[in-house]
Ligand binder design. Structure first.
Ligand SMILES: Cc1ncc(COP(=O)(O)O)c(C=O)c1O
Length: 350
């Protein structure tokens, strides 16, 4: 299947802006840092999943779906974006979310959980070990009730989702030409891996020379993530019948900025969120973009980049996830000990 003829439904306002961050550059002492604002895709509060969903929802529509079924973490940005896309296209949504216990339902609705609730998604919170079973049961129940549910797996990290970031790389390369810059690196948060797979394929396919750095967010250790992204790259190359030489060295991953687990707060993430906010009025979150910014800061401090390198920070969205972290962020800003490290909504919480 050729990318140019792949069915696509318009959900994103593209191109997203590419902006220079002079104050952050100064604070870090170089390299020259730009931000690619994929938090401004315009679906819900924006984010990287919009680009994936343009292809995935086109497939759902083609199959006559009237419901989407998907799942991820309790405060998942993916669930927000997928539900918003479903609502915009007139579909229902069932979300299976992992939490500390089956049926977890906190008093205080906040962040993405509040958005899921406001969009009228049917929400099922389960322990991770029950995730697969509940997903299968949900699909069966909807089918038995006469619906046509579409299962969105792996946070959209399938070849269809990967297509969104192959395009994004082309978009970025053309913006670089307009701005007269030669981009050396792109730094972003890598999770299910579709964003990185698409960017790496795009960088090769369009000969941009951009090296794509992924910062893991606590899900997988480095080696495992390289394997995961590489596998997705191979599947996508086959799907799009692309003959490109891509090997594991093209998949650059750092895992030391994630902390002890997915969504755990660290000083590095809190510092990154605060620094972007106070130097550029740019809002990140402590799960994804706070981790990738902590990575960018860490690499600057260890002298990884040359002073005249041009580095693009891909803002993958997720600002709603900022608010559930208000306690630890306030404590960080005041120089106090955080009230918690492991979020109360995490399956790892006591
Ligand atoms: C804000 C944000 N950034 C980055 C990612 C990681 O993207 P991917 O799952 O394609 O690796 C996610 C995934 O949920 C996300 O929500």
């Amino acid at each position: 299947m050729k990318l140019s003829v792949l069915p696509r439904v318009k959900l994103a306002n593209l191109p997203t802006p590419l902006q220079e961050l002079p104050n952050l550059t100064k604070a870090l002492g170089g390299p020259r840092v730009f931000v690619k604002r994929d938090d401004m895709t315009g679906l819900a509060f924006g984010g990287n999943k919009t680009r994936k969903l343009e292809y995935l929802m086109a497939d759902a529509l083609r199959q006559g779906a009237d419901y989407i079924v998907t799942g991820a973490g309790f405060h998942s940005n993916w669930c927000t974006q997928a539900t918003a896309a479903a609502r915009r296209l007139g579909m229902g949504a069932v979300l299976i979310k992992s939490g500390p216990e089956d049926g977890y339902d906190p008093e205080d609705y906040d962040g993405n959980h509040l958005l899921h609730f406001l969009m009228g998604a049917e929400i099922k919170v389960v322990r991770p070990e029950n995730f697969q079973r509940v997903t299968e049961e949900t699909m069966e129940e909807l089918e038995a009730a006469g619906h046509r549910p579409y299962l969105l797996t792996a946070a959209g990290s399938t070849p269809l989702g990967v297509a969104g970031y192959m395009n994004a790389m082309l978009e970025l390369a053309s913006q670089a030409v307009e701005l007269g810059i030669d981009i050396d690196y792109l730094v972003h948060a890598t999770g299910s891996g579709g964003t990185q797979a698409g960017l790496v394929i795009g960088a090769k396919a369009f000969s941009t020379g951009i090296k794509v750095i992924g910062a893991t967010t606590g899900g997988r250790p480095r080696e495992e993530q390289i394997e995961n992204v590489s596998k997705l790259i191979d599947e996508s190359l086959k799907f799009f019948e692309l003959d490109l030489e891509i090997d594991e060295d093209d998949v650059i991953v750092y895992d030391q900025y994630a902390g002890g687990g997915y969504g755990f707060i660290t000083e590095g993430k809190a510092e990154a969120v605060k620094l972007a906010a106070e130097t550029e009025g740019l809002f990140l979150d402590p799960v994804y973009t706070g981790t990738s910014m902590a990575c960018l800061i860490g690499l600057c401090r260890e002298g990884f980049f040359k002073p005249d390198d041009v580095v693009v920070f891909l803002h993958t969205g997720g600002p709603a996830a900022l608010f559930p972290y208000k306690g630890p962020l306030k404590a960080y800003a005041l120089g106090e000990a955080p009230p918690w490290i492991i979020p109360p909504w995490s399956p790892s919480a006591e």
